[in-house]
Design a protein around this ligand. Structure first.
Ligand code: PXP
Length: 251
């Protein structure tokens, strides 16, 4: 893949959310992942939560078995998840904060205050060959800490930017976008690979996709929702088209 090309990681968690609403086997998130792969996704992201509210252990096993594109395994920094990651050795592990009562991953990880603990936590994952990514807010202090603990990748949380857009608060949206842009540049200057994601839609993706330092976007909820109306393949193709346009300077 060309140095400047932006990868699209498709998060299939919410196919599992719909499946689990009825407790059966359909819709199957693994089938969605394979279809996303065929539609041109560069990777698949799946978050195994402590409460297994969407993705389950068997899904991770099947994804590891069947996917040809890399799996980005999202997890909280717990001993249970570390053991699962070390058993499967996915291409990438993305460490996210997790609170049982939240509806989604609401903020970035607090790295600066937990620096020692996190450094020890990620070391065996790195030794096992996983690329470790840390999901954080666009905050210089957190980025510096992620760099110090030995992460190779940071994923910037785009939720605040997307929420402000959805609420029509364009002043906040634009401020969040400036912070994301500046922190992408800053993280890249430290040698970190920069990813971004959370809440991105057709309306919000282009300004973030245009940041030259961003190498990967991880997008889930909107694409799975859009798949109801357009189908998963056309939804992914449309997202890819917008990302490519942004990269080519067409905003
Ligand atoms: N990146 C990370 C680290 C996430 O936790 C999530 C949500 O699980 C996403 C990307 C995708 O967010 P969304 O589903 O809102 O597109």
């Amino acid at each position: 893949m060309a140095e400047n090309q932006l990868r699209l990681g498709v998060n299939i968690d919410h196919v599992a959310t719909v499946r689990n609403a009825r407790g059966g086997a359909v819709p199957d998130p693994v089938r969605a992942a394979l279809l996303a792969q065929e539609a041109g996704a560069d990777g698949i992201t799946a978050h195994l939560r402590e409460d297994r509210r969407h993705i389950m252990d068997a899904d991770i096993e099947a994804l590891m078995d069947q996917l040809k594109v890399p799996l980005n395994f999202e997890m909280a920094a717990t001993d249970e998840m570390q053991a699962i990651a070390l058993r499967h050795k996915p291409h990438a592990v993305c460490i996210v904060p997790e609170k049982r009562e939240e509806r989604t991953t609401e903020g970035g990880l607090e790295v600066a205050r937990e620096e020692n603990k996190l450094a020890h936590f990620i070391a065996p994952l790195r030794d096992a060959g996983c690329r470790v990514s840390i999901f954080i807010a666009a905050d210089q202090k957190q980025i510096e800490a992620a760099h110090r603990i030995g992460a190779e990748v940071i994923e910037l949380h785009t939720g605040a930017y997307c929420d402000a857009h959805a609420e029509g608060d364009f002043e906040t949206r634009d401020r969040e976008l400036v912070a994301l842009r500046e922190m992408s540049t800053f993280a890249h200057s430290l040698g970190l690979e920069v990813h971004a994601g959370h809440g991105l839609t057709y309306e919000t993706v282009k300004p973030v996709a245009a940041f030259p330092e961003v190498r990967e976007l991880n997008i889930g909820h909107f694409l799975i929702g859009e798949a109801i109306f357009a189908g998963l393949t056309p939804a992914i193709e449309q997202m890819r088209r917008l990302m490519n346009e942004a990269r080519a300077g067409e905003l």
